[in-house]
Design a binder for this molecule. Structure first.
Ligand SMILES: [Zn+2]
Length: 250
């Protein structure tokens, strides 16, 4: 399924899937439409570019319609499609991300979660074609580019007004996005959905859980109607009540 319809023309949730460690992993980049073009939030794993392009096309978006890519953070499943997008997308495509994750995305620093032992273990489970692509980001440095640095609480001229919520913890430069006109919160990995329930971030790949929990309390203060998680998709429950619960009990 390429497009989880939210009942709005403005925000669409894409679905990309892959086999990882023999298990199916589904991830959800988001597109936001404006008159001047389309914004893509997160780009998938290395090796998923043709799937991303097909999902965009199914949502009625050609690569040439893209104006900007917003990266919620530096993790490889979020920045993996960026090199392909920069190569094959329109030449005026802009990349937006928070300053604290910029040096990782641009390959100035190794990806924060590219611990050699963990990387070797992960690579050993991957099919050879994918391994080469993931290796090129973990072993060699990613070669992304950030054109615009996002700052906390700024309102972007995207989707009729999208607020940047700086939500560090999962990575130092993690941001979530709140599309105000749609009351839609795009959490990146600040939250996830497991067994149908909205949860805080996964502790095993969240280096600073204390900060991640503080970030959750920021999200709980927003008038949210719809939550979209990169891992889990669209939340079907009552987001406002669940966010308040998580902020109080995390
Ligand atoms: Zn992720």
């Amino acid at each position: 399924m390429a497009d989880l319809n939210l009942g709005t023309r403005r925000v669409s949730v894409l679905s990309l899937s892959m086999d990882l460690f023999g298990a199916k992993m589904e991830i959800h980049p988001v597109i936001i439409r404006d008159r001047d073009g389309v914004t893509l939030v997160d780009t998938g794993m290395p090796g998923q570019f043709s799937q991303l392009r097909a999902a965009l096309e199914q949502a009625g978006v050609a690569l040439t319609d893209l104006r900007r890519v917003i990266l919620t953070h530096q993790d490889v499943d979020h920045i993996g499609g960026l090199p392909d997008l920069l190569r094959e997308g329109p030449t005026n495509l802009k990349v937006w991300a928070h300053a604290a994750d910029r040096p990782y995305i641009e390959g100035v620093k190794p990806l924060l979660k590219a611990d050699p032992q963990r990387t070797r273990q992960m690579l050993s489970h991957m099919p050879p074609a994918l391994r080469a692509q993931v290796e090129s980001m973990f072993v060699h440095l990613p070669s992304g580019r950030v054109d615009v640095e996002l700052t906390d609480d700024e309102v972007l001229s995207v989707g009729g007004g999208t607020r940047v919520i700086y939500t560090p913890g999962h990575t130092p430069g993690h941001v979530s996005l709140f599309v105000e006109s749609e009351k839609t919160l795009i959490t990146g990995d600040a939250m996830l959905i497991k067994d149908g329930e909205l949860q805080g971030p996964n502790p095993t790949n969240t280096p600073d859980m204390a900060q991640a929990i503080l970030s959750l309390t920021k999200l709980a203060n927003l008038p949210v109607q719809t939550v979209v998680c990169y891992h889990g998709g669209v939340y079907q429950g009552n987001p406002q009540a669940r966010l308040a619960y998580l902020a109080a009990h995390a």
